[in-house]
Design a protein around this ligand. Structure first.
Ligand SMILES: [Zn+2]
Length: 286
C-alpha cells in the first residue's frame, strides 16, 4: 500500500470513528426571575447515521494484508512497540522453572513512570499465560494492544528457527490470537505483527481475510539476547528518524534481559531530540 493510500485509509477511519456528543450550552437564568416549571430543553442533536466501529489497523483490502513500516517522515513523532513472544519452547522453560517469568514487569513499570505510550503486540499463548496482566494492560490508556500470532511460529519457510505455520493454518492461527485479545480488550486494535518480521506474498495473501494490518518497523531495537543495555540504546538512537516504528520486546526473561534498563535512556534522549512518543494509531492518524 502506498503512503498516500494509507493516509487516505487513515483519514477514512478517523472520519468513521469520530462521533462527538453535542453538548448543551448551559442557559443563564436572570436572578430576578421567579421560579417556574423546569424548562424542557431540546433533545441533544444525534447523528442521523449509526456509529460505525472501526478499530485502528482494520484492513479493508480483501486481496492482500497491508504492511505498515513507518509513519510520516515530516513529523517529529515516533512509535515505541513491544512484542510479547511466547513459544512452546519458552513455555516449557517456564513450566520447568528455568525461567521465572516472560512478563517484563519492570519494563512496563518504566513506561508508566515515563508516561511513554506504546503499542504492544501479544501472542495468544502469552495472553493465556498472563490473563490478569493482559486485562491490566488493556485497561491502561497509555497502551494500545495488537496481536502477534498464537504461538510465535514463523510465517515463511525459514524464520530464525521459529518453525513454520503451514499456509492452510495461517488464518486460523492469527484469528486465534485476535479472538483471545478481543475477549479482554474492547478497544483492541487490528494491528498485527509477524514473528521475526518474516512474511512473504503467500502469507500476505492467506491472511488478507483476517482484516488486520501488519506492522513492521524501521528500527529493530536488537534487544534479543543482549549482554547489556548499551547496544540497545545505541541501536535505537543511531537509527531513529521522523515516523520511525521501533521494535522491542516485553517478555524479558533470558530472551530479552536488558530492555527495561535501556528504555529510560532511550525515551529521555528521544524527547531531548524533540520527538513526541505516540502509539502506532496516533502515528498514522494524520
Ligand atoms: Zn516476536
Amino acid at each position: 500500500m502506498t503512503w498516500g493510500k494509507r493516509v487516505a485509509v487513515g483519514a477514512l477511519l478517523l472520519t468513521l470513528v469520530a462521533c462527538s456528543d453535542t453538548k448543551q450550552t448551559a442557559g443563564v437564568t436572570p436572578q430576578t426571575r421567579a421560579p417556574v416549571e423546569p424548562v424542557r430543553t431540546a433533545e441533544p442533536v444525534r447523528p442521523t447515521f449509526a456509529p460505525v466501529q472501526v478499530r485502528p489497523g482494520t484492513s479493508t483490502n480483501v486481496n492482500v494484508m497491508p504492511v505498515l513500516d513507518h509513519g510520516p517522515r515530516d513529523k517529529k513523532e515516533v512509535a515505541l512497540t513491544f512484542d510479547a513472544d511466547l513459544t512452546a519452547l519458552m513455555r516449557r522453560r517456564l513450566v520447568s522453572g528455568k525461567v521465572k517469568s516472560y512478563y517484563n514487569k519492570a519494563l512496563i513499570d518504566e513506561l508508566r513512570a515515563l508516561h511513554a505510550p506504546a503499542t504492544l503486540f501479544l501472542t495468544g499463548m502469552w495472553m493465556e499465560q498472563y490473563p490478569q496482566v493482559t486485562k491490566e494492560l488493556a485497561a491502561d490508556p497509555l497502551f494500545e494492544l495488537g496481536t502477534h500470532t498464537y504461538d510465535h511460529r514463523g510465517f515463511t519457510k525459514s524464520c530464525y528457527g521459529l518453525g513454520t505455520v503451514p499456509p492452510g493454518q495461517m488464518l486460523s492461527d492469527v484469528r486465534r490470537a485476535i479472538v483471545e485479545l478481543d475477549r479482554v480488550d474492547p478497544h483492541a486494535t487490528r494491528w498485527f505483527r509477524f514473528p521475526g518480521d518474516c512474511y512473504d506474498a503467500t502469507a500476505l495473501h492467506e491472511l488478507a481475510p483476517a482484516g488486520v494490518t501488519a506492522v513492521g518497523g524501521d528500527v529493530p531495537g536488537g534487544d534479543g539476547f543482549t549482554k547489556s543495555p548499551q547496544p540497545i540504546i545505541k541501536q535505537v538512537l543511531d537509527h531513529v528518524q521522523n515516523g520511525s516504528i521501533i521494535i522491542l520486546h516485553m517478555h524479558g526473561g533470558d530472551n530479552a534481559p536488558y530492555t527495561a534498563q535501556a528504555i529510560a535512556p532511550i525515551v529521555r534522549q528521544l524527547r531531548t531530540r524533540g520527538y513526541r512518543l505516540v502509539t502506532v494509531t496516533q502515528l498514522v492518524a494524520h
